[in-house]
Design a protein around this ligand. Structure first.
Ligand SMILES: [Zn+2]
Length: 476
């Protein structure tokens, strides 16, 4: 007889944020499970919903686009994979072919998923593929004059429908929970390349840089029915979905990889979890044929992974979610922002206006941003670290080294809130797009303050300890 304890800890932090932790702790001999090792101990459910806009809209990802979309090259989807362990500890992966995740969308879903399915904030990850060929919902990102267009008027209804669909697809995945075997493995794919090519004057341009750091891992979670049939496959890759920059909706390479895997494995649902792709682009770029080639390359890597000896996941699910106050470098003064209103640069003027509005409303520029970090323990063999924002690849390489060891570690980014690029200390020091200039067209006053990398790693360490705590007590 296994004793099962379930703790919900809500710890008030100094910053005023809630730290929500759930720890399922199993102790004692595992009589039933040991007697029948072949019986699946997990339950899994997956579901998918289409989120392609019903008509043309403004597109997200490239400031250079000057007109709305012109049709659909590939349908966009949101998908959910729900897992439940033997003690009914639950976790849901919620993925979408979409540019990012806003804080307001995450928070609305937290409320609705708690009310409908008793899902706590740490029990789901909401993540986006960062396709640059999906709709734009952020008004400040629209080109000049676009806010008054009929296509911009479609944004509120699309936003509402998207949230409803995400809520519903989680419900469907939970309703589909059925006995399953869950196993982990990984492969490699090589089309991602670092895009920060150093220039003599210390600038970094967006151009392929084969000597820059990359993470070519393709982590794969395989979910099988008891009869061995593939029900779902969750896979990751650290690369921007920027093969395409045209005027049609598409999931880019990740959309094609999911499409090919689902075609090759009828009945299975394929889900994509973006890695630390902040400074990674696919190469070569620009045509649908290339996006399909990259998609096929990634799907082939996933298939190669499925053909290896996988590590079955055993034990319990545990997850922890928390926010840290990520500080900004000291912002310009009110006078400086007022002076910028006279600039000829529309982006600079709009940014200054947003900052002055903030001063008007709140009395000051915000000094920090609540940055989400999540750690999920998937049995005794695998843990997932899910970072917010467009984390650069240095995070992936460092966290895997630091938190790897006997357990495999999977690093995801673009999770729970995609508020900005998240440079490493190195990238912040170097400057360039991901460190400095991308912040010009954002909701932030300017670059992050030095020290963010250590702050993020410290939070991962804390959450890792929390989710690892129960591991010592879990029977072998
Ligand atoms: Zn990006």
């Amino acid at each position: 007889m296994r004793l099962h304890y379930f703790f919900h800890l809500f710890v008030r932090r100094i910053t005023g944020r809630w730290l929500a932790l759930s720890v399922a702790l199993s102790v004692g001999p595992t009589t039933g499970a040991r007697a029948a090792p072949a019986a699946p101990t997990w339950r899994a459910g997956a579901a998918t919903v289409e989120i392609t806009p019903a008509s043309n809209m403004w597109m997200a990802g490239f400031g250079s686009r000057n007109r709305p979309s012109e049709g659909v090259a590939q349908k966009l989807h949101a998908k959910a994979l729900a897992l439940a362990d033997a003690q009914d500890g639950r976790f849901v992966f919620l993925t979408m072919d979409f540019i990012g995740v806003s804080r307001s969308l995450r928070q609305s879903l937290e409320r609705r998923l708690a009310a409908s399915y008793q899902l706590r904030p740490e029990q789901f990850v909401l993540t986006a593929s960062h396709t640059h060929s999906g709709p734009e919902l952020r008004e400040y990102k629209l080109p000049a004059g676009a806010a008054e267009s009929p296509q911009a008027a479609l944004i509120p209804a699309y936003r509402t429908a998207l949230e409803d669909k995400l809520h519903a697809v989680v419900g469907e995945a939970l309703a589909n929970l059925a006995p399953a075997r869950v196993a982990y493995t990984r492969a490699r794919a090589g089309f991602a390349m670092n895009r920060r090519r150093p220039q003599p004057k210390g600038n970094f341009t967006d151009a392929s840089y084969p000597d820059g750091p990359v993470d070519h891992d393709v982590p794969v979670l395989r979910v099988d029915a008891p009869d061995g049939r593939l029900r779902a496959v969750l896979f990751g890759y650290a690369c921007h979905n920027t093969t395409l920059s045209f005027y049609k909706f598409s999931g880019d390479y990740a959309g094609y990889a999911q499409e090919y895997l689902e075609a090759d494995h009828p009945g299975a649902i394929a889900l994509f979890l973006t890695g630390c792709a902040g400074d990674q682009n696919p190469y070569p770029r620009s045509t649908v044929a290339l996006a399909q080639i990259h998609g096929r390359t990634l799907a082939t890597a996933v298939d190669a992974a499925l053909g290896t000896t996988l590590t079955p996941l055993t034990g319990a699910l545990r997850s922890a979610f928390s926010e840290i106050d990520l500080r900004y470098a000291p912002p310009p003064s009110r006078a400086e922002f007022e002076a910028r209103l006279a600039s000829k640069d529309r982006i600079e003027v709009n940014h200054a206006r947003r900052m002055l509005d903030q001063i008007e409303k709140d009395g000051a520029i915000r000094a920090s941003y609540p940055y989400p970090v999540q750690v999920v323990r998937l049995g005794n063999e695998l843990k997932l670290i899910a970072l917010g924002g467009e984390a650069v690849v240095d995070y992936s390489l460092r966290l895997k080294q630091q938190f790897g060891g006997p357990r495999s570690v999977w690093i995801a980014a673009y999770s729970n809130d995609v508020m900005a690029y998240i440079p490493s200390e190195r990238v912040l020091r170097e400057g360039g797009y991901e460190a400095v200039t991308s912040m010009r067209n954002s909701i932030h006053p300017g670059p992050w303050a030095p020290g963010l990398e250590e702050q993020i790693v410290a939070k991962v360490t804390e959450l890792e300890r929390v989710t690892g705590m129960a591991g010592k007590a879990t029977a072998p």
